[in-house]
Write a protein of this length. Structure first.
Length: 446
């Protein structure tokens, strides 16, 4: 067994060969060859902690040639190493082939000590961003030490960024003197509070001062706060009913044709939701008229006197999405979004480098295809606001279809003989492998 940093405090991550990794307490493990284990854990390929390296053959000319200090493996991608770039004041992850030994020799203990405050502040900032975005601004300490996702976790997610920041900070210490997360958090007691929940799990939460600082810095409001406001105004319940109506329309009128109001109201899930006290006095026509971007009402042809309803052309895009962690109301069942949406990669709102912009477009296309049941024409994808936003940040010499073909693991393109147009299909939502982007950008810079 090999300790796989980051392991939960007081435990070892043990791989039993089946793909499952169990976190076992130290007292439940017998090490047959401790020296060999320590040797393996300390090695980072041909580099070790504190190795001074130079970035070479990197696609970003602003980074290429800089000198850095190797810290540890990237917990989100073990094929990369976390490197502190003192000139940039930040940590980045590089593959070993993008690095070469620097002539100056390894970093001294005093040099490693000098970068610890910077790494510590970076960890505090990432943790504060993460806590500010989750319910009640708190999280289990164990999930921070061993987050879900593992290899090929989205490196842009808040959980991954926090884990990388923590790994970088503790790696600036000698292997036998690494700090514990709880003791590190106690150094910033004005921002972070440690405690236990009702089931005894150790928790970390933002203090009132931490919340105030996050608000003053303009960090995005936690989704739970927005949901609380929407719930108070009745919007959350209406949105849930609208999603049920949308599903009923898709099932009853898959080709987009109009159906009668009575047919729509007789859908079992719609009928069950309408039993809610909030909707008993709400007429269906009144609700549909509040969501004109989704539903279109037209009079029935004579001699009918009622109304027909159909979905608008852009109903999919206008449909309110249930936010992550938001529970369905009683009777709501598993209405949109599909549970698979929990696997969708997090969007990158403000990408900086060309690589980040390509990754951001890749994620926007995945989201757009997911909302269209995994299939769409290139022209439809090009009309998506998120796709348009990221396209404007990229060079104009490539079409959207050319860019889609860069991500062979995520998308496939084929001609649909039924309609005579090309269709893009979503094959995978995994965005952990960045090599295709790096190769594309390298060709663009030639």
């Amino acid at each position: 067994c090999v300790p796989a940093p980051p392991a939960p405090e007081g435990r070892l991550n043990i791989d039993f060969g089946s793909g499952d990794i169990k976190a076992l307490k130290f007292e439940n493990v017998v090490l047959l060859d401790p020296d060999a284990i320590l040797d393996v854990a300390a090695q980072l390929g041909e580099y070790s902690r504190g190795s001074r390296i130079k970035i070479c053959n990197f696609i970003d000319p602003g980074i290429n040639g800089l000198t850095g200090i190797v810290l540890d493996r990237d917990p989100n991608d073990p094929t990369r190493l976390l490197v502190m770039l003192p000139e940039q004041g930040k940590v980045m992850a590089f593959r070993p082939e993008k690095m070469c030994k620097a002539a100056e020799g390894d970093a001294t203990s005093s040099e490693l000590g000098a970068i610890r405050p910077m790494l510590k502040d970076a960890f505090f900032l990432e943790l504060r961003k993460l806590l500010w975005s989750v319910p009640q601004e708190q999280a289990r300490l164990l999930t921070l030490l061993a987050p879900t996702g593992g290899v090929k976790a989205n490196p842009f997610s808040m959980e991954s960024r926090t884990m990388s920041a923590w790994t970088a900070f503790r790696s600036a210490y000698p292997a036998d003197d690494e700090p514990l997360m709880r003791s590190t958090l106690r150094d910033k007691a004005e921002l972070f509070a440690l405690g236990h929940d009702a089931t005894g799990n150790e928790m970390v939460a933002l203090t009132e001062a931490g919340k105030l600082l996050s608000k003053m810095e303009g960090l995005p409001e936690p989704p739970t706060k927005r949901r609380r406001v929407e719930s108070d105004s009745g919007k959350q319940g209406k949105d849930e009913l609208v999603r049920a109506l949308f599903c009923a329309m898709k099932l009853s009128a898959p080709q987009g044709q109009a159906i009668s109001m009575s047919q729509l109201g007789s859908d079992p899930r719609v009928a069950k939701l309408r039993q809610d006290a909030r909707f008993k006095k709400l007429k269906l026509t009144e609700l549909l008229r509040e969501y004109t971007l989704i539903f279109e009402l037209t009079p029935e042809a004579p001699p009918g006197t009622g109304l027909l309803v159909k979905l608008t052309e852009h109903a999919d895009a206008a449909l309110p999405q249930r936010k992550a962690g938001e529970a369905a109301p009683k009777g709501g069942g598993d209405v949109l979004p599909d549970p698979e949406q929990l696997r969708l990669p997090d969007k990158i709102e403000q990408p900086e480098t060309l690589v980040d912009k390509m990754q951001a477009l890749r994620i926007e296309i995945i989201h757009a295809l997911f909302r269209r049941d995994g299939f769409a024409e290139p022209g439809q994808l090009g009309q998506e606001p998120g796709v348009q936003k990221m396209r404007r940040m990229l060079p104009k010499n490539k079409s959207l279809l050319d860019i889609i073909r860069v991500f062979l693991d995520n998308f496939s393109v084929a001609m649909d003989p039924a309609v005579g147009t090309q269709q893009v299909q979503l094959d995978s939502m995994d965005v952990g492998d960045m090599s295709c982007i790096e190769e594309f950008v390298q060709k663009q810079l030639r």
